[in-house]
Design a protein around this ligand. Structure first.
Ligand SMILES: [Zn+2]
Length: 395
């Protein structure tokens, strides 16, 4: 792969203009005054450079993205959404490889370099979702990295046959095992966690558990998950998504739980969607917890919203967290970049020599301005390859 020199960049955190030399897909130098005679030069004219955006929680297999508009058919209760999805997914033909591909293309054009997607696994679907997401990711041909979570959307203990299929998915190469409301959906948190952590240990998988249960039922399960993580030595490989109970807890409980999660090595992933409680990003980060963010559902039977744009998501997280100062707004962008990268365990990431050249160029004076205004992505690189220009996929 040839050399590329991005001249006159303003890398997030550098505090000054720098040139970025990319060789063989990797950032080789990032400093002022780089010369490289044979490199193709792209003049960035003092535009802001961010590392590739990380979508840390979505559901690609459910999406209707890019298709004719589908009016939202479900009632307002959670049970309605679950029943509607089970009833209509066959009729609507999800998982749909074309829709997943269209959404991944939109993500790439918006600057996303890595995606973690929770894929429904249940006896009626088998592993069809896993296969569909893999097929779509292959069509993107390296423009984005897609990681799947084997996700028991309809429970494990309450949905016989699911545990076996989760195991089959992990044996087939899916790297992360999911879980869902060990108490609220499965009614037996200890046995639910037995299955999830047991599968993780047997297959060397990471863990990412959906936890919508609120109040003390939610925070108690966070404690259980932290305890399991510590006991199994899986710290750094475990995440809880949503954690609404943590967002609802009082300050003293949030403080105590933040320390507990940090010590155990449990990350928190938030979507900041609708009016659901948002975990205390600032407090979690101060305690040393990894915080990542993602859209959750995008244009599916769970809801009609979502753009696939992680600057959009970072804006929602900052807004819902009532962040106004630049340094606070940057915490939301951190969740959509470095936090997500840490969640995914990426060995090298960021605006530093030796990291893959996953870069996003925008016309903004500061990262906070980029979150608030969500400007067009002028240039997107994945592994040093130009994958999008001016908000469109590069040919
Ligand atoms: Zn989700």
């Amino acid at each position: 792969m040839s050399e590329l020199l991005l001249r006159g960049a303003r890398p997030w955190g550098a505090g000054h203009e720098a040139d970025i030399l990319v060789r063989a897909g990797v950032i080789e130098r990032i400093e002022a005054g780089v010369e490289a005679a044979d490199a193709e030069v792209i003049d960035l004219s003092d535009r802001l450079v961010l590392p590739g955006l990380v979508e840390a929680h979505c559901h690609l297999d459910k999406t209707l993205y890019g298709r004719d508009w589908v009016p939202h058919p479900a009632g307002d209760a959670l049970a309605d959404r679950i029943a509607t999805e089970r009833r209509l997914r066959g009729e609507l033909g999800t998982p749909d490889v074309d829709a997943i591909t269209a959404l991944l293309e939109r993500m790439v054009a918006s600057g996303t370099s890595h995606v973690r997607s929770h894929t429904d696994i249940d006896p009626a679907l088998g592993l069809s979702g896993v296969a569909a997401v893999e097929a779509a990711a292959r069509r993107l041909d390296g423009r984005v990295t897609v990681e799947q979570v084997a996700f028991p959307q309809y429970g494990i203990l309450t949905n016989p046959g699911t545990a076996e299929l989760l195991e089959e998915a992990l044996a087939g190469g899916v790297g992360t095992i999911g879980g869902i409301d060990p108490a609220g959906i499965d009614g037996d948190p200890v046995r639910h966690l037995d299955v999830v952590f047991g599968l993780a240990e047997r297959h060397g998988a990471a863990i990412d558990i959906h936890l919508h249960d609120g109040g003390t039922l939610g925070t108690w399960q966070l404690e259980l998950i932290a305890e399991r993580t510590a006991v199994t030595g899986l710290g750094g490989r475990v995440a809880v998504s949503h954690a609404y109970g943590l967002g609802q807890a009082g300050e003293a409980d949030q403080e105590r739980l933040a320390v507990r999660l940090a010590e155990a090595g449990v990350a928190v992933v938030t979507g900041a969607v609708y009016s659901f409680p948002v975990p205390p990003v600032k407090r979690l980060r101060a305690a040393g917890v990894t915080v990542a963010c993602g859209h959750d559902g995008i244009r599916d039977l769970w809801g009609p919203y979502g753009s696939g744009d992680m600057l959009d998501r970072a804006m929602h997280l900052a807004y819902r967290s009532t962040f106004r100062r630049d340094e606070d707004i940057e915490l939301a962008l951190h969740a959509a970049t470095y936090g997500g990268a840490r969640l995914l365990g990426l060995p090298a990431y960021g605006l530093t020599p030796g990291a893959p050249a996953d870069l996003v160029v925008v016309d903004a004076a500061t990262p906070a301005e980029a979150v608030v205004t969500r400007p067009a992505r002028d240039l997107v690189l994945k592994d040093g390859r130009v994958v999008a220009r001016s908000g469109r996929l590069a040919p």
